[in-house]
Design a protein around this ligand. Structure first.
Ligand SMILES: Nc1ncnc2c1ncn2[C@@H]1O[C@H](COP(=O)(O)OP(=O)(O)OP(=O)(O)O)[C@@H](O)[C@H]1O
Length: 262
């Protein structure tokens, strides 16, 4: 029996801006099983962030239905990790990571212990008293990851979390995320513009059309982990990358053509 955690049926979202309705998303049907790592790729403005916000309960669908099945009623539903870290500059690293536990009313000694444990796992041990401004982008994103995992959410929603990092750092943090995910198996929805990142990390890659974002393809990634440099250099990996690239390229070209005609 499969264990479905996210079940979206006919989900759509329309925004009204300056008197005009913008059909941003959908209809989208999406089933995600518990513990799956799902990457979402799609052209700019196709509604990827909107979809994450709907899953998080931060935005309501204009049509359709989304059902989230919680395995543990005590855990928060979702934690979000953004490209710009989303950590508070006026709080120390420890206080930032401890925040979800403070909100949950966990006693301070226990909260500090759990937060320190996650800082160590995320590779930021020793920086507990530092303020975010004194840290590099990579360190800040590690703090954001530690805070997301501390919350022990049912679902981790990651919106281009590594997009602002340089290529080497991005590789390091991708590996760190996989290491933590393999140990703790949270369900992850991970939005990225990088096809290779999606194929490196995810169990499934959901490819979206240009706005209004619909699902063009939903691909099971057939490569065993760890997906080493050698595995990524194979013809199979290249062919899948190419397939996704062609889908996205077609979408972008079609949209540009529509603009030319208009
Ligand atoms: N609050 C809002 N009011 C009006 N329009 C909005 C609002 N939020 C998003 N949109 C529009 O909805 C569309 C989808 O936006 P969204 O941010 O979800 O796309 P995205 O795929 O995440 O984009 P990107 O890849 O550029 O981050 C865009 O055209 C955007 O301008």
């Amino acid at each position: 029996m499969s264990d479905v955690v996210i079940s979206a049926t006919g989900v759509e979202r329309t925004f009204v801006a300056r008197g005009h309705a913008v059909h941003a998303l959908g209809p989208v049907d999406l089933i995600v099983e518990r513990g799956q790592f799902v990457a979402i790729v799609g052209p700019s403005g196709c509604g990827k962030s909107t979809l994450l916000r709907i899953v998080a309960g931060l935005a309501a669908p204009s049509a359709g239905e989304i059902v989230i099945d919680r395995a543990d009623g005590d855990s928060p539903l979702c934690s979000m990790v953004f490209q710009d870290y989303g950590i508070f500059p006026w709080k120390t690293v420890l206080a930032n990571v401890r925040l979800p536990l403070d909100i949950a009313g966990v006693a301070r000694p226990r909260a500090n212990e759990v937060a320190r444990d996650w800082l160590e796992r995320a590779g930021v041990a020793g920086f507990e008293s530092a303020y975010p401004a004194t840290l590099s982008g990579g360190m800040r994103q590690r703090v954001a990851l530690a805070r997301a995992f501390v919350a022990n959410p049912e679902i981790l929603l990651m919106d281009e979390p590594f997009a602002a990092l340089d290529a080497q750092l991005r590789l390091v943090l991708q590996q760190e995320l996989l290491r933590v995910w393999e140990a703790h198996r949270r369900t992850i929805l991970f939005v990225t513009h990088a096809i290779d990142e999606a194929l490196l990390l995810a169990d499934r890659v959901v490819v979206m059309s240009s706005r209004p974002g619909r699902i063009l393809d939903d691909i099971e990634v057939p490569f065993a982990r760890p997906r080493t440099r050698a595995a990524r250099a194979t013809a199979e990996f290249g062919a899948l990358e190419d397939h996704i690239w062609r889908l996205l390229k077609g979408e972008v070209e079609e949209r540009e053509h529509a603009h030319d005609v208009a």
